[in-house]
Ligand binder design. Structure first.
Ligand code: FAD
Length: 396
């Protein structure tokens, strides 16, 4: 470590920071550390998504809220993201007969959520990283082990398809694990005495479908988060820039298991999602539904988020949550708002990271709980509310 003048002209200790995972939180973390003047090495297991033909992984689009916007604003990217995001002013609820009603998120102040494409947002963040001479990106580098006492890491190079394994060892001053819900860095923290950790899988899985654009237009009103609440299961849809909707079907795994044939699937949709079926298209539904398996969802709580001044976990690595509060990415980005404000105080790093854990864990645990609660609310309570609340507009 040596002294360096940061972007604001203040002297700071320049460190070699290794960030593991170049997803939404990792690439934003790289920008934050680079702006403070640190030398950032960003390691990502997958190939560069900007060159990838097919990006595998979770949800195609996400709801961006105030927490995420604030963190993007801090690195000068909020307006660029919002320029292509689609505002969602409320929930549009679809009942079993296909009738819809609206609940505005904030009728008084007109605040809204924004639907953003995961790939576009990640690309924008990585492009921003390219503009910093003190960030170096290393794709196809999978963290396989780490010695957090010495901040040493071992990476496997190349893709899973490659037969020959090539391993490299790397040292840093600080390792920042932004490597998602199954974090390899967290596995090292788990071994430390005093590290508390819990994970919970829910009995519900999810599968993504699509409502395509028709005649280059949206098939449903675009400025809403569409919800089909059905007691023990539900479906939601968020708009995309190409005027399609990404539809997420969430159901207990047993229910997925009961839909074995094309006829069973079509009957199920005719009964529960009568208005969505023609928009998705019967043949497309059959193709998309049977081509992939429902994905598992889990919630992770742990504490502390750091080890001495050597290691830190952020985002899903620290607090993965079920997606029903639309806050996983937003909370991960908010980690960086808090972390930057603490690091800017220029405390000794171990003290700063301790302060980060202490200031963050209760909120992070609370949002994991809220996400779990909202899962019940969205599939169940919204349905009941729709019969109670007189203020709602009936749009049909
Ligand atoms: P990730 O996005 O998981 O990124 C981790 C990165 O690390 C990946 O690029 C991965 O390849 C890489 N990596 C993993 N292991 C290694 C390794 N060993 N070595 C090197 N690299 C590694 N959040 C919201 O705020 N709003 C929403 O609307 C929303 N909707 C969602 C819908 C669904 C269906 C799901 C599943 C999640 C949703 N989320 C939402 C949550 C959001 O996706 C996550 O919180 C967010 O992606 C976390 O970002 P991250 O960078 O911490 O982790």
């Amino acid at each position: 470590s040596y002294v360096y003048a940061d972007g604001n002209g203040a002297a700071a200790t320049r460190r070699k920071v290794a960030i593991v995972g170049a997803g939404l939180v990792g690439s934003l973390a790289a920008l934050n550390f680079a702006r403070m003047g640190h030398e950032v090495q960003l390691y990502e297991y997958r190939e560069d998504i900007r060159q990838a033909q097919l990006v595998q992984g979770r949800s195609i689009n996400l709801a961006l809220s105030q927490r995420g916007r604030k963190a993007l604003a801090a690195v000068g990217l909020e307006q660029q993201v919002l320029a292509t995001a689609i505002p969602m002013r409320g929930r549009m609820l679809h009942n079993v007969k296909g009738r819809t009603s609206i609940v505005l998120y904030d009728p008084c102040n007109n605040q809204c959520l924004y639907s953003v494409g995961r790939k576009q947002l990640n690309e924008l963040l990585l492009n921003a990283c390219d503009a910093f001479p003190n960030i170096q990106c290393h794709f196809e580098h999978k963290l396989i082990s780490a010695n957090i006492r010495e901040a040493r890491m071992q990476f496997k190079l190349g893709t899973e398809r490659q037969a020959e394994e090539q391993l490299i060892s790397v040292a840093a001053d600080l390792i920042v694990g932004c490597d998602g819900a199954f974090s390899a860095l967290r596995q090292q923290l788990v071994r430390q005495p005093g590290f508390n950790y819990s994970q919970e899988y829910i009995g519900t899985g999810y599968l993504e479908l699509c409502i395509p654009a028709k005649d280059n237009e949206f098939q449903m009103p675009p400025n809403y988060l569409h919800i089909w609440p059905r007691d023990s299961f539900m479906m939601i849809a968020l708009p995309n820039q190409d005027k399609s909707f990404t539809v997420t079907l969430s159901m207990p795994f047993e229910l997925f298991g009961q839909l074995q044939t094309q006829q069973q699937l079509l009957d199920f949709f005719r009964t529960h999602y009568v208005d969505a079926l023609p928009l998705i298209g019967e043949q497309q539904l059959i193709k998309d539904f049977f081509k992939s398996r429902p994905q598992h969802l889990m919630s992770v709580k742990c504490k502390p988020y750091h080890y001495m001044d050597k290691a830190l976990i952020l985002g899903d690595a620290a607090h993965a949550m079920v997606p029903y509060y639309g806050q996983g990415m937003n909370a991960g980005m908010e980690d960086l708002t808090l972390l930057s404000s603490i690091l800017n105080q220029e405390l000794p790093l171990d003290v700063a990271l301790e302060q980060f854990t202490e200031s963050r864990w209760q909120d992070a645990h609370a949002i994991c709980d809220l996400a779990m609660y909202n899962y019940v609310e969205m599939r169940d309570l919204t349905k009941r509310w729709s019969f109670r609340c007189r203020k709602w507009l009936d749009t049909t």
